[in-house]
Design a protein around this ligand. Structure first.
Ligand SMILES: C[S@@+](CC[C@H](N)C(=O)[O-])C[C@H]1O[C@@H](n2cnc3c(N)ncnc32)[C@H](O)[C@@H]1O
Length: 268
């Protein structure tokens, strides 16, 4: 029998699917998070009463626009961080997002994530990383995880990769991908999935359409504490506790340097 939590997520998924079906499926572009993945993230935020989302990696603004559309209905705060390395592309993205209630930040997520996660700590937070990726993104998410953080999500967790396994283990068997988290989707979700398949197949999407790669993890007290304390060889020099200490001392730029140094010295 489905638990209350599963039923809550399933009904939130219908609301989230409705948001994404509001013209966003057709706007999907290669490299962006898939529509159903975004709907799953928003559904998890709805089911957990999230008040603020901090995103890193917006590129052309696909995922960000969906967050903005959702927030325009419910009043949640959205902060989106990107390096904006290509000025023309960044300007077009800002133009696209101008009508939505989103705080757009230009800078390195390795410092801005810390700054904004601390600034928003009075709210129930969800963190979404889609640039940087992999272990550096995981350490950044763990460093930013405080008592206020209830949901963390990371993109590009392809089947078989170690980062995927790590987050699945951290979830302790909870379902961090929508295929298993929403086993009996409602009509709006089914419609969304059909539209997604049709659009992404036409666009010859590079990523698999069979297995989603946005892992969305709900943090209860035990998981949050384990995640905050994570210390792993894969993090190299950017261990979450070290990054958090730098942020807490106001040494935000030093955090970006630490990630750079770790990559140069240890290729991590
Ligand atoms: C795959 S794209 C994001 C796509 C977007 N989430 C979507 O679904 O439409 C990755 C983005 O991450 C940004 N990025 C990569 N590393 C970053 C960092 N350390 N700090 C901030 N942004 C970063 C890049 O500038 C790029 O725009």
């Amino acid at each position: 029998m489905a638990t209350n939590r599963a039923l809550r997520l399933q009904s939130a998924a219908e609301v989230a699917a409705d948001v994404v079906l509001n013209g966003h499926v057709e706007r999907w572009v290669e490299g962006a998070i898939f529509p159903c993945e975004m709907a799953f993230f928003i559904a998890t935020c709805i089911a957990n009463d999230i008040e603020c989302v901090i995103e890193s990696g917006r590129q052309d603004g696909y995922s960000t626009e969906i967050l903005g559309d959702w927030a325009s209905r419910g009043g949640q705060k959205i902060v989106s961080i990107d390096l904006e390395l290509e000025p023309r592309r960044a300007a077009l993205c800002r133009e696209r997002l101008a009508k939505w209630p989103i705080e757009l930040v230009k800078g390195s997520a390795y410092e801005e994530f810390g700054r904004h996660a601390f600034a928003q700590a009075g709210r129930k937070l969800a963190l979404l990383a889609d640039g940087p990726k992999g272990w550096p993104a995981i350490s950044m998410l763990a460093a930013a995880t405080s008592e206020s953080v209830h949901v963390v999500a990371l993109h590009n967790l392809i089947v078989g990769c170690q980062e995927r396994r790590y987050l699945q283990e951290l979830g302790g068997g909870s379902d961090i991908f929508y295929e298993t988290a929403i086993p009996a989707p409602g009509p709006r979700w089914k419609q969304l999935r059909e539209r997604e398949l049709s659009i992404a197949t036409k666009a010859r999407a590079a990523r698999s359409l069979d297995a989603s790669s946005l892992g969305v993890l709900v943090l209860d007290e035990a998981r949050r504490s384990k995640f905050r304390r994570a210390w792993r060889p894969e993090f190299g020099l950017h261990q979450p506790a070290v990054v958090r200490t730098l942020w807490a001392s106001g040494m935000y730029a030093a955090a970006t340097k630490l990630y750079g140094l770790s990559y140069r010295m240890l290729a991590r």
